[in-house]
Design a protein around this ligand. Sequence first.
Ligand SMILES: *Cc1c(COP(=O)(O)O)cnc(C)c1O
Length: 392
Amino acid sequence: MTELPTRFGPYGGRYVPETVIGALDELEDAFSEHSEDPTFQAELEGLLGAYVGRPTPLYLAKRLGERYGIERLYFKREDLCHTGAHKINNALGQVLLARRMEKRRVIAETGAGQHGVATATAAALLGMECCVYMGRLDMERQRLNVVRMRMLGAEVRAVDSGTSTLKDATSEAIRDWVTNVRDTHYVIGSAVGPAPYPEVVARFQSVIGSEAREQMLAEEGRLPGSVVACVGGGSNAIGIFRGFMDDADVELVGVEAAGHGLATGEHGAPLAAGSPGVLHGSLSYLLQDSEGQVAEPHSISAGLDYPGVGPEHSYLRDSGRVRYTNATDAEALEAFKVCSETEGIIPALETSHALAAIGREGARLAGPVLVCMSGRGDKDVDQAGAAMGLDV
Ligand SMILES: *Cc1c(COP(=O)(O)O)cnc(C)c1O
């Protein structure tokens, strides 16, 4: 069995109560064992194919490329995955693993509801009980996803503590897990949390990068000059980056949410404007005040509205292997509009941040440019439509 990394440089670790360590060890052992088991691999690959719709296409976006002054701009189409984003790759992997671990119940935290929907979907498929924690405020903002989860047979539990948003839902999910760890697996939705979660999530998402690498070689006969992805917790980014990590000539670019602008303090860009600290069980860059209290993030996109980031990204920032930049709410909205109009593809607001950075840098980016189209924008039409002044 291969050992999973506990830290990425100084980042990561297990800053959790002792009562959870046993469960983390159990997850680490189970992942090491089953991820190398051909039966598990075949079952996961089968479902990723027939159920999720993999491999997702590599698409040459000619009109958007032209608009941005980029000769060859490729989309890796995670927006075409079942449930509309890359999150299902990880949710399905973890729920399959939970079944192998003989758990009968899975729990998850969710902000906008996308990870909750992905987990509820995988739980329905595999016949597991599912409970999703969600801040009450987020439930009001994302009613459609609450209904979807309930239709899928999941219980959605409202969280009223703190600010009634994602970080409070996460704390509540951890509390449930500590109490019910014998029969319950906690499905974390991004490449965050205590070890081994960041590595487990990265491995389940690395299918994006391995497919994209092969597809680029088949299509272009060469690797991309740059690979760009938005960074919330960092799972779609690490998933695509892993396909190119050892190719020193490929520039990797992560795009954080600059919200109203870094100078306003209202953003979701811990790698640009945060400092190392502990949140949700691991050490990583974090938005915090001088006393170490977690600061309130802001982004127009719920998936990037998070004060922390996965530990591997903190390491890649410091090592310089990945260049991190950011895009504001306004820039993301503009990219959302331009992509919809030039390509007939309505991108998620999260993904729009990556597109905005590509638009800003244009021909300065080494081509061909490959962007992770992390999800589709159906979930965002009300919000983006209102911001664009459309009659919705
Ligand atoms: C959740 C989400 C993200 C942000 O999460 P990462 O873990 O950083 O990938 C990005 N895009 C979409 C479409 C999402 O749903």
